[in-house]
Design a protein around this ligand. Structure first.
Ligand code: PLP
Length: 390
């Protein structure tokens, strides 16, 4: 047996593992389980992107190592994408880092900026991977509560002075996983002012940047003046183009932070497969009609699902973006007991809110990652549960 490192021991358990096990048990027992617990997009990658990959795979140049910080044409495409979508100017040479999925950048950013014992501000509830990077760096999280009364935005006025003085890094994520909230310009302006005052590096996770509902286009952090001075934004093709398996993400923004991310990526990965980079260029610059369709699909799913739940007497709000809904647990239950009840009585898997942090207690996260028919079926089964029978 080996004695594994303290670093490894600090890494949290994969939080979906126990959920997957419970669901599997029911499936094995012959039940029809509707899994709305995970965040794996169910729609296919648009065909023109897949076709581009197929054609590019025949190019022998791509069978070699790609340039170490990524193909220049992809960095240029990323800059053009930001200009087209957000009106933001990006220098492809110094302000773009190509990542193996946004996830790698979100973990590596802690290694770029945090020494052991340093403080990082993280949203609670929040996407668990920020914590993975903090754990790998042996740094310390300081939580920023995202509360319903504040529309799930952090209230910087509630953070104590010492915490702010010690913080080196601040993670933000809008549209937000898991609360499905969206940000506003005021929050970004406040964040930039805070970052300047306390010399904090800001990382805005814009993974759901394309997915805003009711005609609202989510704002990029870089649209706010001074953003590039204080941090970076991480983006991914996983959600916008249903390319989660392809592992294409990128960071844009502050050149010194970008340089540090590029250095770690070079040491760990060299570069993405060149053919994947060519297909990623196609995704960003080619026909965008699939993106609009995707947003409409999620919005319609949200509508049918939430309206059905409201009908059965569960008072839940409509999410503003992402492909999640964040539902308050009915009185008398905890997040855990209610998730178990949904699983056992309705055979519907949801993610317990406390898996995303202490302030996730009292909520469950439901992914809109099944067809409308399946979502209606899930809501109907929930409606038949004893607690919703008046
Ligand atoms: N950030 C958030 C908030 C996410 O929910 C996810 C994926 O679930 C990611 C980042 C990771 O994206 P990628 O597939 O690019 O690693």
């Amino acid at each position: 047996t080996f004695e594994f490192s303290d670093t490894l021991k600090r890494l949290p358990e994969q939080f979906f593992a126990s959920l997957v096990m419970k669901a599997k048990k029911l499936t094995d027992a012959g039940h029809d389980v509707i899994n709305l617990g995970q965040g794996n997009p169910d729609l296919p990658t648009p065909q023109h992107i897949v076709d581009e990959l197929k054609a590019a795979a025949d190019n022998p140049t791509y069978h070699k190592y790609s340039p170490f910080t990524g193909q220049p044409f992809l960095k240029q495409a990323i800059a053009s994408f930001y200009k087209r979508e957000y009106g933001v100017d990006i220098d492809p040479n110094t302000e773009v880092a190509i990542l193996f999925g946004a996830k790698t950048g979100l973990v590596e950013i802690s290694q770029c900026l945090l020494n052991p014992g340093d403080l990082a501000l993280v949203p609670d509830p929040g996407y668990p991977d920020y914590m993975s990077g903090i754990a790998l760096s042996n740094a310390i999280p300081a939580y920023m509560p995202l509360l319903e009364k504040n529309d799930f935005l952090p209230d910087y006025g509630e953070l104590d002075e010492k915490t702010l003085e010690d913080a080196k890094l601040l993670f933000l994520n809008y549209p937000n996983n898991p609360t499905a909230a969206t940000a506003n310009k005021k929050l970004f302006d406040e964040t930039i002012a805070l970052a300047n005052k306390y010399s904090i590096c800001v990382v805005h996770d814009f993974a759901y940047g394309a997915i805003g509902f009711d005609g609202e286009k989510p704002q990029s952090f870089l649209q706010s003046e001074g953003a590039k001075d204080v941090g970076v934004e991480m983006y991914t093709l996983s959600k916008t183009y249903n390319m989660a398996g392809w592992r294409v993400g990128f960071a844009v923004g502050n050149p010194s932070v970008i340089k540090s991310l590029n250095l770690i990526q070079d040491h760990l990965y060299v570069s993405l497969f060149g053919a994947v980079q060519q297909a990623a260029e196609k995704a960003l610059l080619g026909d965008q009609s699939a993106v609009e369709k995707l947003v409409n699909t999620y919005e319609k799913r949200r509508n049918v699902f939430v309206e059905k739940l409201q009908e059965i007497g569960w008072n839940v709000p409509k999410s503003k973006g992402t492909f999640f809904t964040w539902l308050p647990v009915p009185d008398g239950y905890t997040t855990e007991t209610f998730s178990d009840l949904l699983l056992n009585e309705a055979h519907v898997v949801v993610a317990p809110g406390n898996g995303f942090g202490k302030n996730g207690e009292g909520y469950v996260r439901v992914g809109l990652l099944a067809s409308e028919e399946r979502l209606i079926e899930a809501a109907e089964r929930i409606g038949k549960m004893e607690i919703f029978q008046k």
